[in-house]
Design a protein around this ligand. Structure first.
Ligand code: AMP
Ligand code: GLY
Length: 428
C-alpha cells in the first residue's frame, strides 16, 4: 500500500512509525512531516490545508490511503473534497467527512448529539449574540466554577473555567459580542463543571463496527502538579490505572455504542478515529469533548501499545471489513514526556541545535517540532520531542524516559518531571 500521512507533530511521527512496521506498506509519505519522520518515509513539502496540492500529489504518486493527523483539514472538508471528485474518490481517507468532524468542530452540535442519544455529559445551554442576557441569567442558576466553551475550533484555547460569576458574565459577553475567539465564539456553550479525573479513550471505526484502542491520560498544564498555562500536552501515560474493566465496560455501553449508533441514526458516515475526552465522576464516565482524530501526545503512548498492524485496520476501513480485523493490545505500560522549548506555551525561540545521545533500550523518540538543516537537527516549535518508553508499569516506563532525557540537550530545554506521578501514588 502507498500511504500519505498529513501533519507534522509527534502524533504524525508516531503514526508514521507504526505504519512503517507494516508488511502491507510499499511506500510512505508524510506531508509536511519533521526531522523524525524523514527516517521512516519521504517528507513532502505540502501544507495539508491545501487540498488541491494534496490531491495532485496523491494522484501522481498513486497514494491509496491518506491518514489525516490534525482536525483542521477534516473539519474543513478534506474527506469531502476527495469523495466528490471521481479521480480521487478511490483513495481512502482515514478521518471523517465534515458532517462527522463536526463532533469536534462544533461543541453546540456535539452537546445536542449527546443529549439526543442519552450520552452522559455535563448539563448545558448554548447562547449567541442575541441571547447574551439569557446566558447571564443561566450562569446565575449555576454553581462555580463556571465553564464557557467557544462553539468552534479555537486551537485548544476556547474553554474558560472561571470562579467568579461576574468574570464569567464578562467573558461570555467578550466571546459573544466582541468575538474573543473570532467566529469560533459566535455561539458559546455554558456548562456545569464536572469534578473528576480525566481519561482519553480512542476508537477506530468504519461507521458500522469499531475497535477500542488503548486509553491514555495526558498532562496538559506546563507546570508540575498540573499548574500554570495549558499546553498542547506535556506528557501521557497508558494504560490508565483507574480505567479498569468495569469502567471501560461503562464507557463502551454508555458512550461508545450510543455514539456510533447515533451517527448512523443521523445518516452521518464516519470513518476514522474518535477520541472521547472523558471525566470520571463518582465512578461514572461523562463526555467532556469529542475529537475526530487521535490525540497528541496520547498517540505517542497508544500506538506503541498496539500490537496489531495499523495498516490492516486502515484496510478494514477501506473495504468496510473492520469488524473482521483484530486489535491486540500490549499489556506493557508506555509513558511519554514532552521536551519543549523554554518559554512555551508563550514566546519561545526556535532553531536551537538538538543533541541526542544514547537512548534507553526501551525508549523511542517521536519528533514534534524539529527540522533538519545541514545535517543538524534543530528545534522548530514549542513542543520539540516526545520521549516514549516502555516499562512493566507506569513508574518504570516514565523512569526509562527520564533516563533517555538525561542524554538529550538543547538550549532552554524544558519538561515536566512528574509525568505519571499522580497515578503511581494512587496505585500504591
Ligand atoms: P475541551 O477543549 O472541551 O477538552 O476542554 C478543555 C479542558 O477543560 C478539558 O480537558 C477539561 O480539563 C476542562 N473542562 C472542559 N469541560 C469541563 C467541565 N464541564 N467540567 C470540568 N472541566 C472541564
Ligand atoms: N492532547 C489533547 C489533544 O490532542 O487534543
Amino acid at each position: 500500500m502507498i500511504v500519505l500521512v498529513l501533519g507534522s507533530g509527534g502524533r504524525e511521527h508516531a503514526l508514521a512509525w507504526k505504519i512503517s512496521q507494516s508488511s502491507l506498506l510499499n511506500k510512505l509519505y508524510i506531508a509536511p512531516g519533521n526531522a523524525g519522520t524523514s527516517d521512516l518515509g519521504e517528507n513532502v513539502a505540502i501544507n495539508p490545508a491545501h487540498f488541491d496540492k494534496v490531491a495532485d500529489f496523491a494522484i501522481k504518486n498513486k497514494v491509496e490511503i491518506i491518514v489525516v493527523g490534525p482536525e483542521g483539514p477534516l473539519v474543513n472538508g478534506i474527506h469531502d473534497y476527495f469523495a466528490k471528485d471521481t479521480s480521487l474518490s478511490s483513495i481512502t481517507i482515514i478521518g471523517p467527512k465534515k458532517e462527522g468532524a463536526i463532533l469536534e468542530g462544533s461543541k453546540d452540535f456535539s452537546k445536542k448529539f449527546m443529549l439526543k442519544n442519552n450520552i452522559p455529559t455535563a448539563k448545558y445551554k448554548s447562547f449567541d449574540s442575541t441571547t447574551i442576557k439569557e446566558g447571564e441569567l443561566y450562569l446565575e442558576t449555576m454553581k462555580p466554577p463556571y465553564v464557557l466553551k467557544a462553539d468552534g475550533l479555537a486551537g485548544g484555547k476556547g474553554v474558560l473555567i472561571l470562579n467568579a460569576l461576574k468574570e464569567a458574565k464578562t467573558e461570555l459577553r467578550q466571546m459573544l459580542s466582541n468575538k474573543k475567539f473570532g467566529d469560533a465564539s459566535n455561539k458559546v456553550v455554558v456548562e456545569e463543571f464536572l469534578d473528576g479525573v480525566e481519561v482519553s479513550v480512542f476508537i477506530i471505526t468504519d461507521g458500522m463496527s469499531y475497535k477500542i484502542l488503548p486509553e491514555a491520560k495526558d498532562y496538559k498544564r506546563i507546570g508540575e502538579g498540573d499548574t500554570g498555562l495549558n499546553t498542547g500536552g506535556m506528557g501521557a501515560i497508558s494504560p490508565v490505572p483507574f480505567a479498569n474493566r468495569e469502567f471501560m465496560d461503562k464507557v463502551e455501553n454508555q458512550i461508545i455504542i450510543p455514539t456510533v449508533k447515533g451517527l448512523r441514526k443521523e445518516n452521518i458516515e464516519y470513518s476514522g478515529f474518535i477520541f472521547f475526552g472523558l471525566i470520571l465522576v463518582k465512578g461514572d464516565p461523562y463526555v467532556i469533548e469529542y475529537n475526530c482524530r487521535l490525540g497528541d501526545p496520547e498517540t505517542e503512548v497508544i500506538l506503541p501499545r498496539l500490537k496489531s498492524d495499523l495498516l490492516d485496520l486502515f484496510d478494514g476501513i477501506a473495504t468496510d471489513t473492520l469488524s473482521e480485523r483484530d486489535v491486540e493490545i500490549d499489556p506493557k505500560s508506555a509513558g511519554t514526556v514532552m521536551l519543549v522549548s523554554g518559554g512555551y506555551p508563550e514566546k519561545y525561540k526556535t532553531g536551537e541545535k538538538i543533541q541526542i545521545g544514547e537512548l534507553h533500550e526501551r525508549s523511542v523518540l517521536f519528533h514534534a517540532g524539529t527540522k533538519q538543516e545541514n545535517g543538524e537537527i534543530l528545534t522548530a516549535g514549542g513542543r520539540v520531542i516526545s520521549v516514549t518508553s516502555f516499562g512493566k508499569d507506569i513508574e518504570s516506563s516514565v523512569k526509562n524516559s527520564y533516563t533517555t532525557i538525561s542524554n538529550i540537550h538543547f538550549n532552554k530545554m524544558n519538561y515536566r518531571k512528574d509525568i505519571g506521578k499522580d497515578v503511581i501514588k494512587k496505585v500504591k
